[in-house]
Design a protein around this ligand. Structure first.
Ligand SMILES: NC(=O)c1ccc[n+]([C@@H]2O[C@H](COP(=O)([O-])OP(=O)(O)OC[C@H]3O[C@@H](n4cnc5c(N)ncnc54)[C@H](O)[C@@H]3O)[C@@H](O)[C@H]2O)c1
Length: 395
């Protein structure tokens, strides 16, 4: 199959591109390298060094014999998006190409506007390109479990049956996202669903949980194939950050009470879920939602699991920089990918130890200051980058 991976230079896009290539698909990568620029802006870096995209692709060709087509394109450039889709003629497009950090979107007005324009306009350009070039292309779009927020009822997979004043309908599940980034994903979901309805497009919206881990079967083949590993307070995901804090011998920083519960998954399961969505495409005109996570943990549980592997590791609670419930009900359905055959890797299977090993191997690159939160949701303007100003004190 011809598959275009948008955001294919990123944490998840790169290993997905390799995985699909190894399966024998003809893979093209679109990226504007915005993610590498955010590192310069924030004064941080991936803990694991990553090679430039062309070097990565050359190494992959040398090792696998498979070539990857590279398109250095910004998705907000409509004409170029249209040209790439027309030139490459993909049967499937996997869309990872967005600004994906909640704290980054909450820095100030310009970062909120950038995030929403980048994400919503990029996806809208893509929808128009698909409709014009070939409406039968299957769009596999990365959304987030954060679109739902934390309602006091069970979360369904995209839709909920509601009976209201004696009448019943199946409607999109109510969304209560927690940042301007998460809101951009909700706007995307509405636009994609609408495009499926009016133009007969087909799309799978993957509402993904928080991903942990760094190595996949393909990225482990050579250091040039490594994917990024973010642990800083703006881009690092929580479990990766705790692993680095434990290895560096500094306290694990839990925000507030630590009862915040989220769906999570191993990076290898992200690849498996994408593969399942591609192999079992949506019908023409169908917009479907899969909740893509395998287990749920509270932040306290994660901190305790990591601390248990490093006797003596200290856990501290910081004033919460985010506006969110410190403890709440959380139960979310996630059966559709299991029904398609997903066999999850569970956190208890030993991946946590391997994440700690990755952190240990690169411990000389750890910047402890990068893990102090600098973005306070309550402020309309925060100072980040080299002049960063930590916002949270131990509670
Ligand atoms: N990492 C997670 O835990 C997680 C969880 C849930 C959902 N997701 C979603 O999965 C996707 C990928 O996440 P990731 O962690 O790999 O992020 P990432 O930031 O590492 O990768 C995103 C890639 O998209 C590129 N990009 C951004 N804007 C672009 C544009 N306008 N044009 C072209 N390329 C652009 C970036 O340069 C980057 O390489 C995102 O959409 C994110 O919202 C990630």
């Amino acid at each position: 199959m011809k598959i275009l991976v948008l955001g294919g230079d990123g944490y998840l896009g790169w290993p997905t591109a390799l995985h699909l290539s190894r399966l024998g698909h003809d893979v093209g990568i679109v990226d504007n390298f915005a993610r590498r620029q955010y590192d310069h802006e924030m004064g941080v870096d991936s803990l694991v060094p990553i090679a430039p995209l062309h070097q990565r692709a050359r190494r992959w060709q040398e090792l696998s014999g498979q070539s990857l087509a590279i398109f250095p394109v910004d998705l907000t450039d409509a004409a170029r998006v249209h040209a790439v889709v027309g030139e490459f003629e993909p049967e499937t497009i996997v869309h990872f190409g967005e600004q994906r950090s909640a704290p980054y979107s909450m820095i100030d007005r310009s970062h909120a506007v950038y995030t929403q324009v980048n994400n919503v306009v990029g996806t809208l350009n893509l929808l128009y390109a698909i409709a014009d070039v070939d409406p039968s292309i299957h769009l596999v779009k990365l959304g987030t479990m954060g679109e739902y927020g934390t309602p006091n009822i069970d979360i369904e997979e995209g839709f909920i049956e509601i009976t209201h004043r004696g009448r019943t309908d199946v409607l999109p599940f109510p969304k209560q996202p927690g940042s301007f980034y998460h809101l951009s994903k909700v706007h995307d979901s509405h636009n994609i669903q609408f495009a499926c309805r009016i133009w007969g497009l087909r799309s799978t919206d993957l509402n993904q949980g928080v991903v942990y881990g760094q190595e996949t079967e393909e990225t482990a083949l050579h250091p040039d194939l490594a994917t990024r590993f973010d642990y800083d307070a703006v881009f690092g995901t929580v479990l990766n950050r705790f692993a680095v804090q434990a290895v560096a011998g500094i306290p694990l920083t839990v925000y507030g009470e630590g009862g915040q519960t989220r769906g999570m998954l191993d990076i290898r399961d992200t690849l498996a879920c994408i593969e399942l969505a591609i192999d079992n495409p949506a019908e023409r005109g169908e917009y479907r939602v899969f909740n893509q996570f395998t287990e749920s943990f509270s932040v306290n549980q994660l901190a305790e699991m990591v601390a248990a592997l490093r006797p003596g590791a200290e856990i501290v609670h910081l004033d919460p920089p985010r506006v969110e419930s410190g403890s709440h009900y959380y139960r979310a359905a996630h059966t559709k990918l299991l029904d398609l055959g997903l066999v999850p890797h569970l956190l208890s299977d030993g991946l946590l130890e391997s994440v700690m090993l990755v952190a240990d191997k690169h411990r000389d690159r750890i910047d402890p200051g990068a893990m102090q939160p600098t973005v306070d949701w309550r402020r309309t303007s925060n100072t980040v980058g080299d002049a960063r100003d930590p916002v949270a004190e131990p509670a």
